[in-house]
Ligand binder design. Structure first.
Ligand SMILES: Nc1ncnc2c1ncn2[C@@H]1O[C@H](COP(=O)(O)OP(=O)(O)O)[C@@H](O)[C@H]1O
Ligand SMILES: [Mg+2]
Length: 485
């Protein structure tokens, strides 16, 4: 599938000459194409062509067209602009602006490999730009003024592009619905981003703009922490976690994240859609408010970080892409301050106090711990007190054990299982540094979420309607891709 592509290089399609195959995904192949005009005019675009084996599925193609037409209406700097849709030899295609850059997923991975982490201002800047693009799409109206109800459904780091000039662009708008259609029509799982699905989506219930807000919340959480929010040993386990989310505040992994930002992220990640932001604009505003004391980030700063971190990709592109695309040097500023040296996996102490479901309030203690720097004097004082205390405790134990040895022992009782004692707590299924921490006995346990598909009333009350005949999808049917980023 990866190598599948159907257009010959040099061929003309929609007035553009196909000059390079860029990549093939589960649904379509992507090409770089160029239009030439008088006076040396040249313009480059990306053309996404549906694979031939899918082009014969009439209902898939109709959905693809519908959604492509709708997304072509979105005019926003943070959404890749769609220029045209067309049909070439029976293959539907989309012509869009070409973005010379990389997906957020590659950037995130590279930062992690470097043992660094995005600063809150960088992570929030990216999330705010995506929120703006999403809002423009969510607000789309038809010619008669009625809302079109467009939902992206696939807001993931793979679908957020960072141009090497530092701009943030959301791609793949609207095609997720057509892609969703694929699992009903084909026997095999194509792809999908289970780990970025909102619970209602993972239960196969209705989605709306708040589903995208949740997905953006996950992207932001992962950018802030450098960790994946949901992991599983297999698809079923991952699906379970996505359906019953247990979400620690970002500060659990990234202690520099302050309380207000923690809360802003967790609100996007509320299990119930009605507890999330009502709009992506509201999310963007709240994030802006939560980070108003931080240094503003500009495109030049991001261009600087990308030039540093993605240097090999940028050099490679220079050999593979036309100079008009790869040779243009974006304005850069050293964005070094946008990456933090501290490894994100470093956790603050007492993780057991930090686990929350998304909708729970955050105890003050976490944040006071994070934000008050501890002086060396305080550390020495505490160490001294602990030392004295430990010596005293050891002495007491020795004294007690000597005394016990001198007393007569009661007859030994066989240990019978106590039916009222709680079941042993489940072992961690994934390494602790990778997985969100599990609740400990000393913490008020996270209220268990239903183990059966929630009815619309239990999950979302009045806000979501589950079609009567809808069946709860299994993990494989949710179009899983083992996204390795
Ligand atoms: N307009 C574009 N400009 C440049 N690269 C793009 C563009 N659209 C997609 N890509 C590249 O192709 C990848 C997959 O594109 P996408 O449209 O999301 O396809 P898929 O259907 O496989 O998810 C992106 O992560 C990006 O690397
Ligand atoms: Mg995609």
């Amino acid at each position: 599938m990866q190598g599948e592509h159907s257009l010959e290089l040099g061929k003309h399609i929609g007035g553009f000459e196909v000059i390079k195959h860029i990549r093939s995904g589960g649904m379509a192949a992507l090409y770089l194409a160029r239009k030439r005009g008088p006076g040396g005019f040249e313009r480059y675009v990306a053309i996404k062509v549906v694979h031939p084996h899918l082009a014969s599925d009439q209902s898939f193609v109709e959905m693809f067209w519908d959604e492509a037409r709708l997304s072509a209406r979105i005019q926003h700097p943070n959404v890749v602009h769609i220029e045209a849709v067309g049909l070439e030899n029976g293959l539907p295609y989309i012509v869009m602006e070409y973005i010379h850059g990389c997906p957020l997923s590659s950037f995130w991975k590279r930062i992690r490999e470097e043992g660094k982490c995005m600063s809150p201002e960088l992570a929030v800047h990216i999330a705010m730009r995506v929120a703006e693009g999403l809002h423009a799409a969510h607000e789309l109206r038809g010619d008669d003024g009625t809302p079109l109800g467009l939902v992206h459904r696939d807001v993931t780091p793979q679908n957020i592009l960072l141009s090497y000039s530092g701009h943030v662009k959301l791609i793949d708008f609207g095609v997720a619905k057509a892609r969703g259609r694929l699992h009903e029509t084909t026997a095999f799982a194509i792809k999908g981003k289970l780990r970025y699905m909102a619970p209602e989506q993972a239960w196969g219930l209705e989605v709306d703009r708040r589903t995208d807000i949740y997905a953006l919340g996950i992207v932001l959480w992962e950018c802030l922490t450098g960790q994946r929010l949901f992991r599983g040993r297999n698809e079923e386990e991952l699906l379970e976690r996505v359906r019953h989310p247990q979400i620690p505040p970002p500060s659990h992994y990234a202690p520099w994240v302050h309380r207000e930002l923690d809360e802003a992220v967790l609100r996007a990640l509320a299990v119930r859609p009605e507890e999330r932001y009502a709009t992506a604009l509201e999310m963007r505003r709240t994030l802006a408010q939560a980070t108003k004391s931080l240094e503003p980030v500009e495109a030049e700063d991001i261009a600087g970080v990308l030039a540093d971190l993605m240097a090999d990709e940028i050099v490679k592109a220079k050999t593979e892409l036309p100079f008009e695309i790869s040779g243009v040097q974006p304005i850069q500023r050293s964005g070094i301050h946008l990456l933090l040296e501290k490894p994100c996996s470093q956790e603050i102490s007492s993780p057991s106090t930090n686990l929350h479901t998304a909708s729970q309030p955050i105890p003050q203690s976490i944040h006071s711990k994070v934000h008050k720097p501890i002086s060396m004097g305080q550390v020495l004082t505490v160490a001294f007190i602990l030392g004295v205390f430990t010596l005293g405790a050891v002495g007491l134990v020795v004294w007690l054990s000597r005394r016990a040895q001198s007393l007569p022992m009661p007859p030994t009782q066989p240990l019978a299982p106590n039916p009222s004692s709680p079941a042993p707590s489940p072992t961690l299924l994934v390494p602790e540094s990778e997985a969100p921490p599990q609740p400990k006995a000393s913490v008020e346990p996270t209220p268990p979420l239903p183990s059966v598909p929630p009815t619309p009333s239990s999950l979302t009350e009045s806000s979501m309607k589950a079609p009567a005949k809808r069946r709860t999808p299994k993990a494989k049917e949710l179009l899983i891709e083992h996204v390795d980023f």
